[in-house]
Design a protein around this ligand. Structure first.
Ligand SMILES: *Cc1c(COP(=O)(O)O)cnc(C)c1O
Length: 452
């Protein structure tokens, strides 16, 4: 099929996620036909450096021999069989490898298919856990951070707090408690940075203490709220959340769907503050960005509360058709192995240092507001007025304009509103990360400096 015909059919039938379809149709987005290393190649043979690792999931690049081979070998055995009443080899092997690498005490692995379901599973497990404790408690509230994003199912949207994504569903959602996240961009204009941090810690403590008997779990993206615009928490915040939740018997759900698998510098973000959550939600990078798979890890304490006679009502009645898919689990096993053989975390550390250096070049540019970085997660907030941090009018679509300018230069990127992101694959070589910076900075210059 020609590109023109494919585009015609795409526009006639495919509804793209998180896209205003009127804009998408007008934009003639590239149609990807293949990939090589860290480049995507479209039907016309144009190459795009993958600057956001295919929406934060690619780890080792595309068409990696070792992962391709393992998937092909698994295809020759079995592509899928259910975990309902059966087991399969790769899901067992992967569970052991995940437990071995996760914070100590997370010994039980519940599989699902994507990030939202990984969190949804944790919410339901936490809720049911309290009802089945030796001294049952009816805790029906969850606490989330302001600007939270945990996926697009109704349960995870209930925990979400990004107005453009979530406000349409407001009346459909279960009520949650909200604490302010301790970052500059959430700070009211008349409050200074120190008082804001203190206020956020006070609110955290007050909310948990005041509602302790009713709170089932606290849900947090550890260290960085990615979809919120790469918001980086101050050091010690996660530690404090763990101390307070522990004190009040509140379960801690760590949503590492975005930050897991090397994005913040360690394999899992929780490691950096020596935090063991009660639930660790993993997806995006788990298969190296190859196949849909997710895992919710939890403790023996939670697991044990679900044991009993079949008639006891303690069964966890939740599952998905493709739970523990053997192809996905095989890809995940191969990806974990590559982390070690290719020293991927060392590469990510090198790229993190490189990014810090490169970002300093644009810090003084007009319209470059706050620059936020943790590991290889970068958000560059573009603003209309640098002095007041006044945002651009949404209808100017500044972030989107940068995406289009980047595309003309052979770079694929996707902004979060007017926050332009750099999210390289953890294994992307430093010279390519450098090139991502070159192309992206040129695109920013074109859109906010030359057009003004
Ligand atoms: C992407 C993301 C999700 C949702 O994952 P899906 O696979 O898109 O359902 C959940 N939590 C966080 C932090 C994410 O970044």
């Amino acid at each position: 099929m020609t590109t023109a015909l494919l585009r015609q059919i795409d526009n006639a039938h495919v509804w793209h996620p998180f896209c205003q379809m009127r804009e998408f149709v007008a934009d003639d987005a590239p149609i990807i036909a293949s990939a090589e290393g860290f480049e995507l190649i479209d039907t016309d043979g144009r190459r795009f450096l993958d600057g956001v690792s295919s929406l934060w999931c690619n780890v080792h690049g595309h068409r990696v021999l070792e992962i391709d081979r393992v998937i092909r070998e698994q295809l020759d055995r079995v592509s899928h069989s259910t975990l309902l009443g059966l087991s399969n080899v790769p899901s067992i092997e992967l569970a052991a490898e995940l437990v071995r690498r996760a914070p100590t005490g997370l010994t039980r692995v519940f599989y699902s298919d994507d990030g939202a379901t990984a969190v949804e599973v944790a919410l339901k497990l936490a809720y049911q856990f309290h009802r089945q404790k030796p001294q049952p408690e009816a805790r029906d509230l969850f606490v989330g951070l302001s600007a939270a994003y945990h996926g697009d199912t109704v349960g995870t949207v209930s925990l979400g707090n990004i107005d453009v994504f979530h406000h349409s569903y407001e009346r459909l959602l279960f009520p949650t408690l909200r604490v302010p996240c301790p970052v500059a961009s959430q700070r009211p204009p008349n409050v200074d940075a120190n008082s804001w941090q203190q206020h956020c810690l006070d609110e955290l403590e007050r909310t948990l203490a005041a509602n302790a008997e009713r709170i089932a779990a606290f849900v947090i993206e550890p260290l960085v709220q990615a979809a919120a615009g790469i918001l980086v928490h101050p050091p010690g915040y996660l530690r404090r959340v763990r101390e307070l939740t522990q004190r009040h018997g509140i379960l801690l759900i760590a949503d590492e769907v975005a930050v897991g698998f090397g994005r913040t510098g360690t394999l899992f973000a929780c490691e950096q503050e020596n935090v063991v959550p009660d639930f660790l939600c993993l997806s995006k990078g788990i298969t190296g960005g190859y196949l849909p798979l997710a895992a919710t890890l939890t403790t023996d304490e939670v697991y044990t509360a679900f044991l009993g006679e079949p008639a006891s009502g303690r069964t966890f009645f939740h599952g998905h058709t493709y739970t523990g898919n053997p192809l996905g689990c095989a890809a995940a096993l191969a990806s974990l192995k590559l982390f070690e053989t290719n020293r991927v975390l060392d590469n990510a550390a090198e790229c993190s240092t490189l990014l810090t250096r490169r970002l300093a070049e644009i810090r003084d540019w007009p319209h470059v507001g706050e620059i936020r970085q943790k590991g290889i997660l970068v958000g560059i907030e573009l603003v209309a007025d640098k002095a007041t941090q006044q945002a651009f009018a949404p209808k100017q679509r500044i972030g989107h304009q940068v995406t289009l300018a980047a595309r003309r230069r052979g770079l694929f990127t996707r902004p979060l509103g007017d926050v332009v992101t750099i999210v390289p694959a953890p294994a992307m070589p430093a010279e390519l990360v450098n090139r991502v910076c070159d192309l992206l900075f040129d695109s920013i210059r074109e859109v906010v400096l030359e057009n003004k």
